[in-house]
Design a protein around this ligand. Structure first.
Ligand code: SAM
Length: 272
């Protein structure tokens, strides 16, 4: 596998530019569940300066501001930045790359990246950048999905593609989607970037979606890499994948919704 960081970055960027509203509607209720654990991991308190990296619709920054922090949110998609400004007009969101943050050294008391690391072509650079922009003693935390055996939504969709479709479609090659879904890899990444006292803990999360096509639609319309995988399938195959996803959701139906376990890892470290 030869990684193509620039091509991958352009692919991700083009994708995120298209989906702020869809992402907010499909994923917002899920990714917001990791906010309190992230802010607790960086010990966020009133008066601190806080950087929300890969801020998307700005959920983490908004929650940090509620805790009394001074907040900057950075995302490489200007459409996401605009969307975050619409949702939280009084906060500062700017365009910028997590792998080359447009901020000076040592500015922040704390920083976090909520489900951003798996979208980066060169995540190691983002970890080094998070370290650079913190003051000595500052804390950084990131969240990442657990493996698809545990994150049922990914498991169901990927298994359906594996069994009925073509799982190796031509997309720009990025790092494995589940690379950091391993606490040892999180720890290694944090330490290589210069963080000390790495800590990785699992959190329970549940994704509630409309029954029927809710999961298929969320993955097909409001993601980048998974949507790329689905859209590359032949129409007849995609129809079959969609039916198989429906069937696999049966054990998770609650009324007119499905409730899917979607645990995540919260990894954090301290800049010495
Ligand atoms: C899964 S969303 C997470 C959004 C948000 N943090 C949340 O709490 O839901 C990933 C975000 O990462 C952003 N992103 C991806 N690659 C990036 C990069 N290289 N630099 C900055 N942002 C990036 C995308 O634009 C998108 O908003």
């Amino acid at each position: 596998m030869i990684l193509e960081p620039e091509k991958f970055r352009r692919f991700e960027h083009a994708g995120w530019q298209q989906i702020p509203t869809g992402y907010h509607e499909a994923f917002g209720s899920l990714t917001r569940q990791a906010i309190d654990p992230l802010l607790d991991a960086v010990r966020l308190k009133k008066g601190m300066s806080f950087l929300d990296i890969a801020s998307g619709p700005g959920y983490v920054g908004a929650a940090a501001a509620k805790r009394g922090a001074t907040v900057l949110g950075i995302d490489f998609s200007v459409a996401m930045v605009d969307y975050a400004r619409q949702l939280h007009g009084n906060l500062d969101f700017r365009e910028g790359d997590a792998e080359k943050l447009p901020v000076a050294n040592g500015l922040f008391d704390a920083a976090a990246m909520n489900f951003g690391i798996l979208h980066l072509g060169q995540p190691e650079l983002a970890l080094v950048e998070a370290h650079r922009v913190l003051r000595a003693g500052g804390r950084f935390a990131f969240s990442v999905w657990c493996k698809p055996e545990e994150t049922i939504a990914f498991g169901i969709v990927l298994r359906a593609v594996e069994l009925h479709g073509e799982p190796r479609v031509e997309l720009p090659e990025g790092p494995p989607f589940f690379r950091y879904s391993d606490p040892e890899e999180c720890t290694r990444g944090l330490m290589v970037a210069g963080f000390e006292s790495p800590k990785v803990t699992k959190i329970v999360q549940t994704w509630r979606l409309p029954a029927g096509d809710g999961l298929f639609n969320a993955m097909n319309d409001s993601t980048v890499r998974t949507a790329g995988l689905l859209r590359a399938q032949k129409p007849t195959v995609l129809k079959k994948i969609r039916e198989v996803i429906h069937l696999a959701l049966a054990p998770y139906i609650k009324g007119d919704a499905v409730e899917l376990p979607m645990p995540a890892w919260i990894a954090s470290g301290i800049k010495p």
